[in-house]
Design a protein around this ligand. Structure first.
Ligand SMILES: [Zn+2]
Length: 71
């Protein structure tokens, strides 16, 4: 199995966050003006998702298990 996640993660600064987004990690709202992350699958750029910073890191840990927290 290859990498489960071929994605590009970009930070969205508060001034760039002009509207609300729904976080797929917690299914909660990311209010406008909140620092968060946008995650774009390299193969499917249409499926970009906005995540709370903390939720994405939890997701990474779920995907990669203990490897992600070790370094
Ligand atoms: Zn979230």
């Amino acid at each position: 199995m290859g990498s489960a996640l071929d994605v590009t993660v970009s930070p969205i600064q508060p001034y760039q966050a002009l509207k609300e987004y729904l976080c797929p990690g917690c299914e909660g709202v990311i209010p406008a003006g909140t620092y968060h992350l946008v995650v774009v699958p390299d193969e499917e750029p249409d499926l970009r998702r906005h995540w709370h910073h903390g939720c994405w890191h939890k997701e990474l840990r779920r995907q990669f298990g203990s490897q992600a927290s070790r370094r």
